[in-house]
Design a protein around this ligand. Structure first.
Ligand SMILES: [Mn+2]
Length: 317
């Protein structure tokens, strides 16, 4: 569906239940809040299915729109939700009954009866902004969560996914009069003392390989326990290693409670992260991928990902 077709669809239907993805980020929550706000402005009934993994940073944008799974819905819309495996636990029953999926992931699995997918958009929020303009609903209540969606999904407009259109969208959102300065301060210029202490510890213990081009940042259970880290404390750590000059392959290894390692790989042009992670059953984008290594101690898991990276590089040499 094109954005105008989505606009017509939204005008024609009612009783909307909006779905977000597992481990929700600013994009999925911001898009859900904006969509819910614009639908209510249009006189429709709409709510966002409660997502228990929402972190405190984003709670304020969505809490007024939460509904439980006994909500009387007719039309189910998902935002920024690419895969069936990313449906939250309480959304299992909607896997086969999404009426409309709005997404920007190239890997979108096509589960929606109708789909509006734009992989050229850096954030799903870009699509929602165009939709709000089409519907004449770009009010501050819609624009603020969309600004959060677009700015957080692009690392405040610096990731390689950013385009001129991303900035045009941001400009349109800013012109509605929202307090984007406060949003930028909160999401990009504020860290808790604990988070800064964690980053200090990770910078102290990071390891370098392959002529210092590969950096490994490890977050074992022992560290999570000794620092009493919550999931929120450990959000978005994957880009930390890549800040080190001379590196082009940053590997972040987080040990989960059940003794597995969640591995994130962020790379420059030399290393195909998707290929490296595919050797270990994972995937993603060329520059940002991940995989899960189970039943392995740190040394073993580290050797596995280092070998996978070396193999991916060798293939393209
Ligand atoms: Mn997104």
């Amino acid at each position: 569906m094109t954005v105008s077709e989505v606009a017509a669809y939204l005008r024609a239907h009612d009783k909307y239940l909006i779905l977000t993805h597992r481990r929700p980020d600013g994009d999925t929550l911001g898009c859900a809040a904006a969509l819910c706000a614009m639908l209510r402005q249009m006189g429709k009934t709409a709510g966002i299915l409660y997502n228990r993994e929402t972190t405190e940073h984003f709670e304020s944008y969505v809490e007024q729109y939460w509904v439980a799974d006994d909500f009387d819905y007719k039309t189910v819309v998902s935002v920024d939700l690419a895969a069936l495996s990313l449906f939250p636990d309480n959304a299992e029953m909607f896997k086969t009954r999404v009426d409309l999926a709005i997404d920007h992931h190239p890997s979108y699995e096509g589960f929606g009866k109708e789909s509006c997918v734009h992989p050229e958009c850096a954030a799903c929020g870009e699509i929602l902004c165009e939709l709000a303009q089409e519907l004449g609903q770009l009010t501050p209540a819609v624009a603020l969560p969309l600004y959060v969606a677009v700015s957080t999904d692009t690392g405040c407009f610096v990731y390689s996914n950013v385009t001129a259109n991303t900035h045009r969208v941001a400009a349109a959102l800013m012109e509605t009069g929202i307090d984007y300065k406060a949003a930028n301060k909160l999401h990009f210029r504020t860290k808790s003392k604990k988070r800064l202490a964690l980053e200090g510890e990770l910078l102290r213990t990071m390891e370098f390989y392959d002529e210092d081009r590969v950096v490994i940042v490890a977050v074992p259970q022992s560290l999570q326990k000794s620092m009493a880290l919550s999931e929120a404390d450990m959000e978005d750590l994957a880009s930390l290693g890549g800040l080190v000059e001379g590196t082009d392959c940053a590997v972040t290894m987080k040990e989960t409670k059940d003794g597995a390692w969640k591995v994130s790989v962020r790379t420059g042009a030399r290393v195909n992260a998707t290929r490296a992670c595919s050797f270990l059953g994972g995937g993603g984008h060329r520059a940002a991928s991940g995989c899960l290594i189970e039943h392995a101690d740190y040394e073993t898991a580290r050797a596995m990902i280092l070998n996978a990276i070396a193999e991916a590089v060798a293939e393209e040499a």
